[in-house]
Design a protein around this ligand. Sequence first.
Ligand code: GMT
Length: 419
Amino acid sequence: MSTAKRGSAGTGRNAGPAGRTGSAAKGGTGAPRPAAKHVAAPHAARVQHRRKIGITCYSHFGGSGVVATELGLGLARRGWDVHFIAHQLPFRLRRFESSIFYHEVTPVTYPVFEQPPNNLALAAKMVEVVENHGIDLLHVHYAMPFAASAYLARQLVLPRQLGVVTTLHGTDITVLGVEPAYFRVTQFSIQSSDRVTAVSRFLAEAARRNLGITKPIDVVYNFVDADVFVPRSRTGLRLAPPETRVLMHASNFRPVKNIPTVVQVFAEVRKHLAAKLVMIGDGPEKPGAEQLARKLGVERDVLFLGNQDCMEELLPLADVFLLPSSSESFGLVALEAMSAEVPVVASDIGGLPEVVEHGVTGFLHDTADVPGFVGSVLRLLTDEKLRRAMGRRARRVARARFDVDDMVDRYIQVYDSIR
Ligand code: GMT
C-alpha cells in the first residue's frame, strides 16, 4: 500500500474527474471562485485505465513549483491521476482533489550521514511510487537535481519502461547549469531525459549554448488562468488610499531579482507622487531592501508582506508591477499581473521580451537603467488612460498566448510523443 497522502488541490477552479465543482470551487479565503473552465469529459470517470503521471518540483514559493502544480491540476481536470513526489506539499495545492496524490520524500537519517541523502531519497520514492501505482511517466520541474534522481529511478525500475520529461525553468540552466561543479551531471541528466521542455525560447537557446544540449527542446511557455487572475473590482480590497498609487514587486528576493533597484526606483517615484511600494515574498535580499528603504527615507511607504500564496488577490491591487531582474527566463508573476490588467515594467533580458511587449503591454529597460524604470513607472502612474489601455492589452495577450488549457495540451502532446 502506498504511503500517499491524498491530495489537497488547487486554486479552487479544479474539478474532479467527473467535472465536480460545488464546494471545491470556493477559494481558500472563503471567496467564491470561478467554476472550472475545462472539466474532464463526462466519460473520463468510466475510463478503465486512467493516465497517470508522477510530478516532482520544488514546493516552496517560486514559479517552477507553481507551473508544476497548475499543470498537475490541469491534468487532473482531464481525468489523469497525478502523483506529486516532493519534499513538501507544493504550496499551491491548497485543497482536496480526489485524483491528486502527494508522496512526501523523507530521507532516512543515520548518524554517519553528514547530510541527509535527499536526492537518493527522492529517487527511491520515485521508484516506490512508480511501482506501487503503475506509473510510466515522470515529469520533473527544474533540472537540478530532479533530472538526475529521475535518471536513477528509471534505471532502477528496468525492465519497466519509465518515460522522463524534464522542464528547464531558469537558474537550473543560467546559473547552476554553468557552475563547473555541476556542469557534467546537469548536462548528462538533461540529455538522458526522453523529452526536454523549456519555458521560453531564450531558455532553450541558453541550454543549447551554455550546456551543449543537443536533444530537441520544446518551448512550452508559462501560463495563467485568466479566470483566476482577474482585474480588481474597483470597490474591493485596497492596499492604499484611493489617490495613492501602488507599485508592486513579488519574488523570492534572490540577487537575480535586483531588489535594490526596486527600492531605488520607488524612492524616485515617491518624490513625484503619493505612492506605496508593496513587496511580496521573502529571501536573502529582503533585509538589505528594508535597510535601503530606511536609508532612502521611504520606509513608511514600503510594505513588506512576506510570502503570500493568494497572488490572485494581491496582484490586481497594483497599478504597476515592477520586475527589474538581472536574469529571468520567463517571469511568471509578470504574466499573472498582466492577466489582472496590470501593466509591467521589467528588464529587457532573458525571456521577459517574449512575455512583455515594450510600449504595448508594459515597458522594458536595461537592468541597470534606473532612470528608465523611473520614467516608465511615472508615465503609467500619471496617465491613467495609458495605464488602463496597456493593462487591457496585457490581459488580452495573457489570454491569447499564455492560456492554461493550451499549455496543458502542449505538455500532453510532449508526453504522447514518448510512446
Ligand atoms: O530558476 C529559478 O531561479 C527558480 C524558478 C522558480 O522556481 O521560481 O524560477 C524560474 O522559473 C519560473 C517558472 O518557469 C520562471 O517564470 C522564472 O522566470 C524563472 N526564474 C528565473 O529565471 C530567475
